[in-house]
Design a protein around this ligand. Structure first.
Ligand SMILES: [Zn+2]
Length: 243
């Protein structure tokens, strides 16, 4: 009965009215004051420990406060109006991640489990990646190249080793889709996108699957990085060309 929670959410909104996810002020799901306080610059955020070979990950902020509330309300409570501010935050991270890269940009969202997308009724990461591409303009396209093989379980509750084992070899980039993209966007720079960076295992697996399909990855971009496992730092952005 997957529609029941969605109906319940709608009912609660109708009865209680919408509230800002940041300050709970009645009105829009993100009030002007909370929106104006969102980060406008990103920073490199390497998880500790960092998966070997992970491209530089950039985050618009730390996964707490308003950023955490935004991600969760969009993902779990399906507050679709939040796709726009989340897309702006992701665009901030992408812009920094690709600051030294000239030419077209291709944003590749990490894939969600099909069962989760059905349950939630949408694919939050794909939606916010598309919103980020719109913010970044005609230079940028979204390419949902990655597929998740069956058998991957929900990452919540797994530690770093458990996440890495759960995800190892779990993603694939179909050759036909890669060829189409190469024709459409030759010499584009590829940035892998996700909502939250925790251990880096998901981004690393996405990067591995793309590279295995012949797609070099420039960097990774997320809305927010968890504080516990991430610290400042990061190397320069390598100039890799896709094509
Ligand atoms: Zn607010």
């Amino acid at each position: 009965m997957r529609t029941l929670p969605l109906l319940a959410d709608g009912f609660v909104d109708l009865v209680l009215g919408s509230r800002c996810v940041g300050c709970e002020r009645p009105g829009r799901p993100l009030c002007d004051r909370c929106r104006a306080a969102l980060p406008v610059e990103a920073s490199p955020r390497r998880p500790t420990p960092c998966p070997d070979g992970l491209v530089p990950p950039y985050a618009a902020g730390t996964y707490d406060g308003v950023l955490r509330a935004l991600v969760l309300a969009h993902k779990e409570r399906r507050v679709l109006a939040l796709a726009a501010p989340l897309g702006e935050l992701l665009a901030v991270a992408v812009a920094d991640a690709a600051a030294t890269a000239a030419g077209p940009l291709v944003l590749v969202p990490v894939p969600s489990r099909a069962a989760t997308v059905r349950q939630r009724g949408h694919d939050p990461t794909l939606v916010m990646t598309r919103a980020a591409a719109r913010v970044l303009g005609p230079r940028t396209v979204t390419a949902p190249l990655l597929r998740l093989r069956p058998g991957v379980i929900d990452q919540a509750g797994l530690d770093a080793a458990g996440r890495a084992a759960n995800l190892a070899g779990s993603m694939t980039a179909p050759a036909a889709a890669v060829r189409r993209l190469a024709r459409r966007c030759p010499r584009a720079h590829v940035v892998v996108c996700d909502d939250v960076l925790t251990t880096g295992a998901t981004l690393r697996e996405a990067q591995r699957a793309l590279e295995a399909a012949g797609v070099p990855v420039l960097a990774a971009a997320v809305v927010a990085a968890t504080r516990r496992r991430s610290a400042g730092g990061g190397s320069g952005v390598p100039a890799l060309n896709f094509g």
